[in-house]
Ligand binder design. Structure first.
Ligand code: ADP
Ligand code: MG
Length: 274
């Protein structure tokens, strides 16, 4: 066997042993491409490694998104900022860089139903997954119920890990339901642990901070201790305005009405019927 042939074999075995399966699969075609196009040795190596890393990243993102339990994957590009002037676009753009994840900064989205809190939280969650980090989406009541059950079954430690490990935890819908004292204290523990580990939380709520005692089993002290940790390093966005869904509906209704009051279009509708 020629020295070249020996080293070609070693290259394939080495890639296999190192678990670089994509590079291994592309070894022959890349070698042929490199020879035909006269690539430099580093160009060739860079090309092989890039295909391996790209594929690994794609798989990681896929797994992260699956793990995230984000109910509806919404993209930031699909958020209509013009329809929501109470949001400072620059704040969202800054959050989209992912810096807050490394600083352990929280984001609190406040506002009435339908103004886009869950949409924004989900979009930022998706970006986090695409950056290669774990994210977990849940609601306040789900956290509370899961942890209360885990506590009863002596599995609190394990369940807590699921909520404290991911780079980002999204807690949606804080305030829709009042928690009982055990649930409130468990939600507080999650907030506390993530605060101490400098792990980011995105939280959405329809309740103003002044009303948070109600959420935390009417315990004002617990509520203010939770807020203290949550807000210490945080961005708070107060979204005002009407529900986007209702606005869309109203607009659709308005154009239908306009249509109906236009005699020309009435004729059209009648004509279509026949
Ligand atoms: P919230 O969580 O504040 O109750 P959602 O995020 O669930 O509201 O928004 C309700 C629906 O309206 C979703 O389908 C969401 O994608 C859409 N929506 C809300 N605001 C906007 C917006 N500014 N641009 C595009 N879609 C929006
Ligand atoms: Mg919502």
């Amino acid at each position: 066997m020629s020295t070249s042939a020996i080293y070609e074999q070693k290259a394939a075995q080495g890639l296999q042993q190192l678990g670089l399966d994509i590079a291994l699969a592309r070894l022959d075609s890349a070698s042929q491409q490199a020879a035909a196009a006269g690539w430099s040795y580093s160009h060739y190596l860079g090309y092989l490694l890039e295909s391996e890393l790209d594929e690994r990243h794609r798989k990681t993102v896929e797994l992260n998104l699956k793990f995230s339990k984000i109910p509806v994957l919404k993209r930031l590009e699909d958020f209509d900022f013009a329809a929501q002037p109470s949001i400072d676009r620059r704040l969202i753009d800054e959050l989209a860089t992912g810096r807050y994840l490394h600083e352990g900064r929280n984001l609190v989205l406040l506002g009435p139903p339908g103004v886009g809190k869950t949409h924004l939280a989900s979009s930022l969650g998706m970006l986090c997954a695409q950056m290669g980090h774990r994210v977990y989406f849940t609601t306040a009541i789900e956290v509370a119920r899961k942890l209360a059950l885990a506590l009863a079954e002596n599995k609190l430690h394990r369940e807590m890990k699921n909520l404290t490990r991911p780079k980002l935890l999204i807690i949606d819908e804080v305030g829709y339901l009042t928690l009982d004292p055990t649930q409130a204290s468990l939600l507080f523990q999650v907030i506390c642990q993530r605060y101490e580990n400098r792990q980011a939380i995105i939280l959405t709520s329809n309740k103003a901070f002044a009303d948070w005692a109600q959420v935390f089993a009417n315990d004002a002290v617990l509520a203010s201790a939770a807020l203290d940790r949550l807000l210490h390093r945080s961005t708070v966005i107060n979204i005002r305005g009407d529900s986007y869904r209702l606005k869309e509906k109203r607009q659709a209704g308005a154009s239908a009405n306009a249509h109906r009051s236009d005699p020309g279009s009435t004729k059209e509708v009648t004509a279509q019927k026949h």
